[in-house]
Design a protein around this ligand. Structure first.
Ligand code: 3HC
Length: 677
């Protein structure tokens, strides 16, 4: 096999080049090649300096994640980076694209770094539940200071070249198109300079204030994760001990994280997210339909949020409402959202102006005739949706994609109201649609492959993580929500409180529990609107006008600032309803039972969805719950959690103990469910 690393001589400068698509990950072959190339340059008396650069779209984007968990082959990355730094001849990293993780560490091992203006440097290992394990946590604070090292290592956010230059991470910004030539010229300039600047030989200044401030500022974000604190500990260590000791500490921490379940979960998510984009029976090279203008029907919260996705990606949007007032209000909200983003410095005023200029409000559906994709985002009524789609059928140009943002309804029935069911698809956005990353793409029985492929590709363009779902009530996410809700309500009847159930979910790592979610979304959503018909606790609350946060009363009481507190009135309502419905004695419900009865059934439902072919793969179910509902990333999604944290034996045993009908596929995976139950 030919090595992905080759060398080219430019008189006295040896250029070491990696060609390992797609992202020049530091595989065993790349690592071996780098060590050999440095040895070649060191041994050749005619060479005075070396440059390391990459072919393709990026500098090394990190260690090869596919090697993780497998027996090590070839030189380990820390050895490679040390070999580069130990060279007696200066080595210059010439960076373009994304120098990430191990790639950034290779650059830190080099004596100098030059980069094109569009390059970014980052140590995103924390996002994989890890830390930079090739000296990065020790070299970064020595070169760029503690504050910058904390930011890069513990949040994983990359730094653009200019900022990196200001922090001393980059020695020179070079031409966007002349990276190699400029790097060689730079190498000649510094070839004779001694001593060589080796990061490991420098000291790192302690900055306890910066560390304390950083911990405080990120406490919420880091809740439940192990890796951020390990990154912080390593960076702090760099300020307290000599390099060799620090690196030893870094290795210990790295191995601890690498063998833990959190990192396995986060690595699973990395690949799950990429896998989700693939449609099993649709070739990756399917010809896509061009999408130059999008139409959105409904200027409510959902329609406005959906529109923003396209406007932000530079795709013009025509938005339709029935009443001028509602249209004006919807457009106003979008403008306000953009202006708020600009006020926070995350958008330039001219970008706001450009987005709003591409936003065309109208009262007439017929104005959607020139749109390539039309997304209906009106309220959940099959009749209304069918009427709209029938009208769209007469208005829209041939080949236009007709999408519904329904969160539950049957896409096939909607499609049947048109003469072109092959062009109909579901695009289920999650609220707030301009923020939440998930998009469920619902494939109808007749949806054409190129329609599906186009929508999946478009999702990436608008920075969504898209998952293909089949037609089933609630698709993947909301269908799994249902058994959770049913059980949570039953638990109230048996003696648990809303606070206890929510607390268990929050402690598990969810952003909120089922009752906090109900209060946020609206207790009255889906309510039959008859205050005399009280069939469950939710009906009882709705009948009293306790509709959630918007009424400052729901399952909780709220003050003016929407701070919740347990509601004595809700406790009474639950008691009254219990008495009326003849529920037995109240009992103590344990936190473990809440987990078993509200979370295990979700996994069961996920398994049923898979058995029915309504999701393509288990990892897609995980992606839905992580990006749509805030399932804790470090637990990898419900299906990963079931397999790797709970175990199928315990899961099936628990489900059977509580009387659930267990999915066949789960039973097959459990060895001895009876024994555990
Ligand atoms: N190892 C193995 N494969 C990788 C990889 C890596 N580090 N990074 C990306 N890939 C693969 C992807 O799985 C994908 O494969 P596929 O086409 O078969 O699905 C392909 O490369 C292209 O990736 P993307 O679709 O993500 O391409 P983009 O252009 O959108 O993004 C990127 C490129 C910004 C480099 C992005 O892939 C990324 O963020 N990669 C991960 C970077 C990272 O986390 N590096 C740290 C690794 S851990 C480490 O270095 C430990 C060390 O400290 C010891």
């Amino acid at each position: 096999m030919t090595s992905p690393i080759r060398t080219e001589r430019h008189d006295d400068v040896l250029v070491v080049i990696s060609d390992s698509p797609p992202v020049n990950a530091l595989s065993a072959a790349v690592r071996e090649g780098l060590v050999a190339a440095i040895a070649e340059g060191s041994a050749d008396a005619s060479i005075t300096a070396m440059v390391i650069r990459c072919d393709g779209k990026t500098f090394f984007a990190g260690a090869d994640i596919t090697e993780f968990g497998k027996p090590p082959v070839g030189p380990m990355l820390p050895v490679v980076v040390d070999a580069i730094e130990a060279s007696d001849k200066p080595v210059v990293a010439a960076i373009h694209g994304t120098a990430l993780g191990g790639g950034c560490e290779v650059a830190l091992g080099c004596h100098y770094r030059v980069a094109v203006p569009s390059a970014v440097l980052g140590t995103p290992e924390v996002k994989l539940g890890l830390l930079p394990g090739a000296g990065g946590t020790q070299r970064l604070p020595r070169i760029a200071g503690v504050a910058m090292a904390l930011e890069m290592c513990a949040t994983g956010n990359p730094v653009p070249a200019k900022k990196a230059e200001a922090a001393g991470l980059i020695d020179r910004i070079v031409g966007e198109t002349s990276l190699e030539a400029d790097a060689i010229a730079f190498a000649r300039e510094i070839a004779g300079k001694r001593p060589l600047p080796r990061a490991s030989e420098r000291g790192a200044k302690a900055d306890p204030d910066a560390v304390a401030a950083f911990r405080k500022a990120n406490a919420r974000k880091f809740r439940g994760f192990e890796a951020p604190e390990a990154n912080i500990a390593c960076v702090v260590k760099a300020t307290e001990t000599p390099y060799a000791e620090g690196v030893h500490f870094e290795r210990e921490q790295f191995m601890r994280l690498m063998t833990g379940v959190q990192s396995a979960a986060q690595r699973h998510l990395f690949f799950a997210e990429r896998q989700a984009a693939k449609i099993n029976d649709v070739p990756a090279d399917t010809q896509l339909r061009p999408i130059k203008r999008v139409g959105v029907i409904g200027a409510g919260t959902m329609g406005g949020g959906i529109s923003m996705n396209f406007l932000s990606a530079g795709i013009p949007v025509t938005i339709v409402e029935m009443q001028q007032e509602a249209l004006d209000r919807g457009v106003g909200v979008v403008r306000k959202n953009y202006e708020a983003t600009a006020a926070k410095g995350r958008m330039k005023p001219e970008q706001v102006a450009a987005a709003m200029a591409a936003f065309t409000p109208t009262l007439g559906l017929e104005n959607l005739a020139d749109c390539d994709l039309i997304i209906e985002a009106v309220y959940e009524s099959m009749d209304v949706k069918k009427e709209i789609f029938a009208k769209l059928d007469t208005i829209c140009k041939p080949g236009a994609i007709l999408a519904s943002n329904t969160s539950y309804l049957d896409i096939d029935e909607i499609a049947a109201s048109t003469s072109r069911p092959q062009d109909v698809v579901g695009m289920h956005f999650f609220s707030p649609a301009n923020v939440m990353k998930l998009l469920e793409v619902v494939r109808g029985a007749k949806t054409a492959p190129d329609v599906l492929a186009t929508v999946m590709a478009l999702a990436k363009k608008i920075k969504k993580v898209a998952v293909v779902a089949g037609v089933t009530y609630g698709f993947i996410g909301n269908r799994m929500l249902m058994p959770r809700q049913v059980e949570a309500n039953k638990l109230l009847m048996e003696g648990a409180t809303p606070e206890q159930i929510d607390k268990v979910h929050v402690a598990f790592g969810m952003p909120m529990g089922p009752f906090q979610m109900a209060d946020l979304a609206g207790v009255d959503i889906g309510w039959h609107r008859d205050p005399t018909r009280i069939e469950n606790i939710r009906d009882a609350l709705a009948a009293e006008g306790r509709w959630g946060q918007k009424k400052q009363a729901g399952f909780y009481d709220y003050d003016e600032k929407r701070n919740p507190s347990p509601s004595p009135r809700v406790a009474e309502i639950i008691e009254e309803f219990r008495a009326k419905s003849g529920a037995g004695e109240k009992r103590e419900v344990s936190d473990q039972e809440i987990v078993e009865r509200t979370l295990y059934p979700m996994v069961n439902e996920g398994a049923l969805i898979l058995e029915e072919g309504k999701a393509q793969r288990a990892s897609d179910v995980d992606v839905v719950w992580i990006y749509g509902y805030g399932w804790p990333v470090y637990r990898g999604g419900p299906m990963f959690w079931a397999e790797h944290e709970v175990g199928y034996d315990k899961l099936v045993g628990g489900l059977e103990k509580h009387g659930f009908e267990v999915a066949k596929s789960l039973k097959a995976k459990a060895k001895t469910p009876e024994a555990v139950a």
